[in-house]
Design a protein around this ligand. Sequence first.
Ligand SMILES: O=C(O)CCC(=O)C(=O)O
Ligand SMILES: [Fe+2]
Length: 359
Amino acid sequence: MEAKAGIGRFGRSLKVDNVQALAKKLGSEIPDRYVRPERKEDIAAGDDEVSDESIPIIDFGKLFDSEYSDEEAAKLHSACEDWGFFQIINHGIPQDIISKLREDIEEFFSLPLEERENFAQLPGQVEGYGQTFVQSEEQKLDWGDMLFIATLPPSFKQLRFWPTNPSSCRKSIDEYAVELKRVADGLLQIISKNLGDEFGNVYEMFKGGMQTLRFNYYPPCPSPEKVLGLSPHSDAVVLTLLLQMNEMHGLQIKRNGGWLPVKALPRAFIVNIGDIIEILCNGKYKSIEHRAVVNHEKERISVAGFHTLNIGDFVGPIPEIVKGDELLYKSLPFEEYAKQIFASKLEGKSILDRMKLDE
Ligand SMILES: O=C(O)CCC(=O)C(=O)O
Ligand SMILES: [Fe+2]
């Protein structure tokens, strides 16, 4: 058997129907596997609109401008502590790189299914066009398709899953990936400072870490209130930078027991603290559960940029940060930890719960 390259070694997901194709031929009836009973409870509780709060906004440029850096770093610290989610503006990624990526990805998703399927996931792998977290034939399904690829370090790339149509797509993804990594590294540098000197080592590990991109395509749905575009989950990585590709909102974060909608600012990134930061700092910052809902008007496209550690690293609380505090999480080699992610369905903070010491 062919040895699994890149992140293929971490797991697999079962093949399921393409939701975009399904949505096209569907009448008003939603197949049972997509109907989520928990959505009824949401709506009954009225918590689709918990409040008009909005997540903090951080100016990335100011974090590196000596005149403002202390003040902005303090703002970032509060955002990480009180929210776990924030938007960044002034990130310095050239607008043409973002626009080109958007154009190419929109074009890819508008190709006929047979063409998109040239980049389909292979049995026993997690990369490619398909789904990432389907582990059983009974599991409820999300109202969306994914193109999931490893982008950095370059040795992890499996180009067979990178679209060649439109012809500029691979270049657009590459350019975006490198720029995004620069911003992620910058953020982690300040987050590390905020958490204390002991975190310096984490920043060094993170710089050599992996980046994967997930392009989420949520087709319009005749009964959006019955389905979920993406099940509630926290991100099992260090840091996620999400770009909403069009004007359709749909991200919601768990806050005060309800779901708070996030309105992406034009040209901003939505950033969230991943499970690995929560583990490394022994719970000082927490990853936050979030999900995506869909609408009946128009497709929604988002690209999540996941930034994490690398093979050979360890995921576990940093002793100098724990000091005399109670140790909350186990330590595992990164590879073992990553295998757990891809052997699970997306479900709340389930990966992190398994890392807790009291269970
Ligand atoms: O599409 C969104 O807004 C959320 C995507 C997300 O949470 C993810 O891909 O992990
Ligand atoms: Fe997520």
